[in-house]
Design a protein. Structure first.
Length: 259
């Protein structure tokens, strides 16, 4: 089972590029963030024609997440538990089954800037809710993957210029501590389980020729329960996609599971 997480930065702007990527890279499951579309306006039929089952949790003009799967999807749930008043579309999960069932959770964690401030408070509160959901997933003792744009730079090695991010919400000590708390529950950062060296990024700003200079940050992550980590055979960043025509500022990150 090949799963990719990809912040597409708008389905309208990235419609052709996303279509090309699905046709050429052909993930079994694509977890998309920032679709920036309501459910009823997402081009569902187009992607169904490509062989994907489509489930979305959308919002007009902002946020929005989606699961596209060539494999059967069951027990779809929308919205991160813990705050019934939260109207932002940032979480969708479902069970994907091939030989073995895997719970896949697609998330778009709040950016949090400017920090400190209300937006940063919301980010940290959202991460506390994420930790609670992570504990629930662990309790099932089943393979589960929490994947998406975390808007977290976990360590200095995950930024080309770490000093430039010290006071940013993506790298503040409170953000990194909250991320570590989730990892320390028993999750595996899939990419770091395969590669420990610096210089690997999943986001490059559109400004200042950042991609060509590899002035990036690694903020798109796949966190695996122990049962999912045992199934992982590989994890990689598909950086080449960022260099295509009219790209997202993110690029896909993949895992392959023997499931």
């Amino acid at each position: 089972m090949r799963i990719a997480t990809f912040n597409i930065n708008g389905i309208k702007a990235r419609f052709e590029g996303l279509t090309d990527w699905l046709n050429t890279s052909a993930p079994d499951v694509a977890l998309l963030q920032e679709i920036k579309s309501q459910d009823e306006t997402f081009p569902r039929e187009h992607f169904e024609d490509l062989g994907y089952t489509v489930e979305t949790h959308g919002q007009k003009g902002f946020n929005g997440v989606a699961i596209l799967s060539k494999l059967p999807l069951e027990d779809v749930s929308r919205g991160l538990p813990g705050d019934p008043n939260d109207e932002q579309a940032r979480w969708i999960e479902a069970t994907v089954t091939d030989r073995k069932p895997v719970r896949v959770c697609c998330l778009y964690l709040p950016n949090g800037n400017p920090a400190p401030g209300e937006k940063y408070d919301y980010k940290l509160a959202w991460m506390r809710r994420l930790q609670h959901r992570a504990l629930e997933l662990l309790a099932t003792e089943e393979p589960a993957v929490m994947a998406g744009d975390y808007n977290v730079i976990p360590q200095d090695e995950d930024a080309a210029r770490p000093d430039a991010w010290r006071e940013d919400a993506l790298a503040r000590p409170e953000t990194r501590a909250a991320f570590r708390e989730i990892l320390n529950l028993g999750f595996t950062d899939a990419f770091r389980a395969r590669r420990q060296d610096p210089g690997h990024y999943s986001f490059w700003d559109y400004q200042r020729n950042a991609f060509d200079r590899n002035d990036g940050i690694r903020i798109d992550h796949l966190l695996l329960t122990a049962q999912a980590a045992d199934l992982m055979s590989d994890c990689w960043i598909e950086a080449e996609v960022r260099g295509r025509e009219r790209p997202s500022d993110h690029t896909p990150v993949w895992i392959e599971l023997n499931a």
